[in-house]
Design a protein around this ligand. Structure first.
Ligand SMILES: [Zn+2]
Length: 195
């Protein structure tokens, strides 16, 4: 008798789009992939964004993670959770002081050394999606302490992804969109280095 091993799989596919058709499209991709894997006898958990994915990973071990995000390894996740907590605290301080409106209206400069720097730097541009900010830049420091600087973004807001980006309107044909959204909607799509 053939005994099939049940594999715990986490499927992460972000619904970043505000456009209904886009959200529906992303959901179809995620849910149909999950269905195929479930039909094959696997236990599947789905996540629509990096935050949900991290929460799922903190609760459970998955044998396989299928993702359109660049997620770090297990120790990287512990580091990332710590940095996220610190970022949330710093953003909240700025919100209370009425210096930033929302997390996405903020830009982050994270100063970190050693493994923390490596774990954050590895995420590249996806770091801003995981930390829920319009920009997240990691600076290498010799200091053991992680420091987070929160500043309000001076850029316009992209009406599709809600990130505040310098390149909103860079394409005259799409004055309300950032370059990444224009590329995702009308171009070849973003370049994925790890997925
Ligand atoms: Zn955008």
């Amino acid at each position: 008798m053939l005994v099939k091993a049940v594999v715990e799989i986490l499927v992460v596919h972000e619904a970043r789009a505000v456009d209904c058709r886009q959200v529906a499209g992303v959901e179809v991709v995620r849910e149909s992939l999950a269905e195929v894997l479930r039909d094959a006898g696997h236990t599947v958990t789905t996540a629509a964004d990096g935050t949900t994915a991290l929460a799922a990973l903190e609760q459970q071990d998955f044998a396989i993670v299928v993702t359109d995000l660049r997620m770090p390894g297990a120790d990287g996740l512990v580091i990332l959770r710590r940095v996220r907590e610190l970022v949330a605290k710093k953003v909240e301080e700025k919100r209370e002081a009425k210096q930033v409106g929302s997390s996405l209206a903020a830009e982050l400069d994270v100063h970190a050394g050693g493994r923390t720097f490596a774990a954050l730097a590895r995420l590249g541009d996806d770091l801003r999606f995981v930390l829920i900010a319009s920009r997240a830049t990691v600076h290498r420091t010799e200091d053991a302490e992680v420091a987070v600087l929160v500043t309000p973004s001076a850029h316009p807001k992209c009406e599709r992804c809600w990130h505040y980006r310098a390149d909103v309107g860079a394409d005259a044909a799409h004055p309300a969109l950032c370059a990444r959204c224009v590329s995702n909607l009308y171009g070849d799509g973003e370049i994925r280095r790890h997925a």
